[in-house]
Structure formats: structure tokens, C-alpha cells
Design a protein around this ligand. Sequence first.
Ligand code: UFG
Length: 344
Amino acid sequence: MKKLVVVTGGTGFIGSHTAVELMEAGYDVLIIDDLSNSRIEVLDGIERITGRKPLFEKFDLCDRVKVTECFKKYTGIAAIIHFAAHKAVPESMDKPLMYYENNLLSLINLLRAMKEYGVKYFVFSSSCTVYGQPDTLPVTEKSPIKKAASPYGNTKQISEEIIQDVVSAGDPIQAISLRYFNPIGAHPTAYIGELPIGIPLNLVPYLTQTAIGIREELQVFGDDYNTPDGSAIRDYINVVDLSRAHVVSIDRLLAGKNKSALEIFNLGTGNGLSVFEIINSFEKATGIKVKYQVVGRREGDIEKVWADTSLANNELGWKAVIPLEETLRSAWKWEQYIRQENNG
Ligand code: UFG
């Protein structure tokens, strides 16, 4: 019998790609999502790729009664991957309570239900935002956690602390926290991808929307950073590579191969790329020129960050392998596909 993995936030960007990778690796998937920032049609995309529809429950994980009912209904849950969360940094500055309530209550409800119903294995979506601007690069998992620059970032820090406290208290939970760098790209089929609602906040969706003509020009936030070309540097990782790390993490937990009750891994490529390098690589990969203008720095942005991935490579046995140009082409293919779908 196939093992059942719950994917919260499974109709979202990383969640949907992870659902596909899990199903292709032979797991059954139950997606829980309240569709507050995603669309139900994502389930069709997953089915088109895998030939199977995942199980689906629509509810808000902050509703403790609904969480309990779900665990009662699905008795064979082997593991949980918890993606569901609010994730927009500026929005979290305007609505901190909404972020603390949503991101922390959902986590607490899940961990409580796991204990009550004897579900042992947990993978958590964390972020490199917990490192702030690191003093040394590349950043390792042992680098100090800096004061969070936003309530969003703080919810990721507090969530990791909550998980640590729960496992330290002797609850039988075994967890892996994955600290993502900058996930970009889309599934190579273009049946699923990133669907920002409204004006995109992140670089690559803004870039592809500019390339297709929805946005007039891309704004480059600052060219006066202390970097070789003056624009800020990030570690951009293909979402399919990133998703595969979740399958590896689930395999590891289920096989009892984890070395401690809470393990933490950086998920990046290990390469830092500037905004200009991303624009140039996109133009090279697609043959499309992108109109851009340099404007002032964006508030809250750090100058540079990229991952030391040796722990994920050596201990988890996972490595990002998809080349950047292929990743940018997949983002472009997705942008074209989704516009056609919306117009047709
Ligand atoms: N950028 C632009 N123009 C844009 C959008 C972004 O120049 O229109 C620049 C940013 O200034 C930054 C880089 O592109 O230098 C990447 O920006 P993103 O918004 O794509 O990503 P961030 O690194 O700011 O944010 C990401 C996640 C957050 C997470 C954070 C942790 O989106 O959820 O990493 O550092 F908290």
C-alpha cells in the first residue's frame, strides 16, 4: 500500500510541485489548502502531470476542530509537509497579527493533532530569511540567526523554535526544517507554476510578466550595493529541485535515518547571482529582451546571501542539478501557458 503524505498548502507554488514529486515517487498525497492564495485548478495540473488526482480537503488550518476532524477521517497519515503560510514580507509589516496568528496557529494545531493521532514525521517550510544579512558567506546552518527583518521572517524563526521545543519536550515527533533560498521556475510541462495574485513582488514573476507585456518594465531595486555589478545577490533554486528535497526528507524520516529529532538543512544551489545576471541569463535563455530601469533600493532588502549546501549534499544526499537557463526557460514557458489559459 502507498504511504499517505499530507501536503498543507499543496495548491501553492512549492506545495504543488512537491505533491507531483511525491506522487511520482510512489506516495499518495492529501492536499490541505484553504485556497486563500491559490486556485483549485492546480489539482487538474497535478493530475495532468501524474495521471492521478491527489486527495484534497479545503479548510483553514487555524480551525482546530477542522484539523482534528481531518486527522480522524484519514487514519493512515505517514507524514506531513507543512507549506501553508502567509509569505509576503511587506504585507507582514502592515498586518503583523494576521501573520503571527495564521502562521503560528496552523503549526500549533498540526503539531497538536500529530501528537494526538500518533503521526510522527514532519517537514517544515522554513526560509533563509532567518539568517538576515549573514556576516560570512556562504551561509551555513550554523550561522547565527539574526533578528528577523519582518514579522513574516519572525514567524519562521518562532516556528522552528516551537518545533524544537516540542521535540525537546519528548513528543515522539521527528522533524526536518528546510530553509529555502529563492525558489523560481516551474514544472517542465508548464502545467503548474507560480501564480502571483495581483502585481508580483518577486523578481522572476515580475520579469516574465514584463517579457510578455503585462508589465511595462522591470524595476531593478538598487545598483549601488557592494557587489560586483551593484545589484543584490540571491541564491535562486529551481522549484522542482527544491521539491525533490522534500521527497528525500520524507524518505529519510520514514527510514529512520535522521540523526536528531529536528534536523535543519539549507536548500539552495550554492551560487549567488545578481539581479542583472538573472536578467541577462533570461534574455540569453529565451532570446527575449526585457525592458528594465534601475530604481532605488527596496526597503528591507539585504545585500547578498547564498547557501552553503554541503550539509544538504552530504548528509541529506540531495543536490540542486537543474541549470539556471533551463529554470528561466521553464518560468517563461509557464508564463506563456497561463496567459493562453486565461485568454482562451
Ligand atoms: N527585485 C528587483 N525587482 C523586482 C523584484 C525583486 O530588483 O521587481 C530584486 C530584489 O530587490 C532582490 C531580488 O530581486 O534583490 C530578489 O527579490 P525577490 O523579491 O524575488 O526575493 P527576496 O530575496 O526578496 O525574498 C525571498 C522570498 C521571501 C523570503 C526572502 C528571504 O520571496 O519569502 O527571500 O530572504 F523571506
